[in-house]
Ligand binder design. Sequence first.
Ligand code: GUN
Length: 294
Amino acid sequence: MSEKIIDGKAIAEKVREEVRLGVAQMQQEHNYVPGLATVLVGEDTASATYVRSKQRTCEQLGIRSLGYHLPADTTQEALEQLVAELNANPEVDGILVQLPLPKHLNEEAVLNKIDLAKDVDGFHPVNIGRLAMKGRDPLFIPCTPAGCMRLLEETGVNLKGAEAVVLGRSNIVGLPMAMLLQKADATVTICHSRTKDLKAHLQRADVLIAAVGRTEMVTGDMLKPGVVVIDVGINQKDDPTAKRGYRLVGDVDFESAKEVAGAITPVPGGVGPMTIAMLMANTLRAAEIGLSKK
Ligand code: GUN
C-alpha cells in the first residue's frame, strides 16, 4: 500500500497491542482482569455481527466478555433493570448497549441510566456534554470519532488552525467528531444532507470526515488538493462480479478522491477496524478508573 492510503488495519492492530499489554500489566500488578458487558436487544443481523466481533476482540486481548441477549419484545423496565444490575456488578467495568434499539424502546432513557464511569461508548449525555464544553473532559470519547482522531494523529496531521469539514451530524459520529476537532483547535464546519453547496465548503477543507451514509457522495473534483480524507461510510454498492452481488464502499468515491487527497482511508480497512480497537482501549481505561476507586 502506498503511504497515501491510511492503513486502518495496521493502526487498529497497534491500538489492540497497546491494550493487550495494558491488560496483562493490570493482571500482573493488581490481579484484576477488565470486564465488558455487551447488551444486544432483538435479532438485527448487523448488530449481532458487531456484538460478536466486540466479544471476540475482548477474548483476544484478555478482557472478560459478558454477553446479554434480550428478546426483541423486551420491556423498557427489563432493559433498565439489566443496566442497573450491570452498574452494580463489580466485575463489569464497561457497559455497551448496542444501538439502534427496537423502536418501542427509549434509547435516551437507557443511555441515561448507564453509570458514567462504565460508559465505554461515551454516549451518556454528561460525557457528550463534557466533550462539548471548553475546559471539561469526558471520561470516555465515543469509539468511532476517537478512532478517526487516532488515524489523523498517526498520519501526522496538524489540526491547529486547520479547516475541517465534518459531513454528517449523527449522535454517534458526526456530532462528537466535530466537537473533538474543535477541541484540537481546528476550524470546524458541519455539513449534512441538506447542505446547499457542499463543494464550496470542501474546497476549503484541509481535513474531511465523511459520515453521512450516502454511497460515494463526495467525488475527487469536489476536494481541495492535499486534503486528508477519513471515510466513515460503509455502504453496499451493487456489483455483479462480487460473490454477494454487492461490495462495500464509503461516502467518498475512493478512486477519484485518492488522486487529489494527500492521504485517504480505504473502505473497508480504514475507520472500520478502529471502532472496536478504541472500545477495547475505553474498557481498559474504565477498569483503571474502577481500580483507582477500590
Ligand atoms: N451502533 C453503531 N455504532 C455503534 C457504537 O459505536 N456503539 C453502539 N453501542 N452501538 C452502535
